[in-house]
Write a protein that binds this ligand. Sequence first.
Ligand code: HEC
Length: 114
Amino acid sequence: MKLPALPMLICAALALPALASGDALSPQRQAELETLLYQDCGSCHGMTLRGGLGPALPRDRMEGFSVEALAHIIQHGIPGSAMPGWKALLSDAEARWLAEHLRTDNRLESLQQD
Ligand code: HEC
């Protein structure tokens, strides 16, 4: 049996719900999500995302994840770790917005900066 089949299946399973949630978020909700990212997520990952209880989340490292993978981590957390799932608070579209923000508009470009 060829090995790549399983990762492909997992990727497809992760991408499917994402396709269904293309709704645009209001500018107000986007501002709320940004506050959530730097304050709530920041309580573990650092207010500037430089890390704390959780690892630093600089843009240059977040680019290594797909939007789907990041949104999945945000919605479901990382089992066996302190990283909680946010499914009760965030829609799929909102988790994707956070994932995209981490990969593009992230206030922390790199741990190498300054
Ligand atoms: C209660 C503390 C806590 C909170 C709150 C929290 N995280 Fe985490 N997060 C963690 C920990 C701890 C890990 C590392 C888990 C592991 O792999 O051992 C982690 C891992 C991650 C990772 C994977 C990073 C990597 O390099 O593997 C991402 C992405 C992430 N968190 C994003 C978020 C986002 C976005 C939020 C807010 C919606 C958030 N986290 C809120 C504790 C937290």
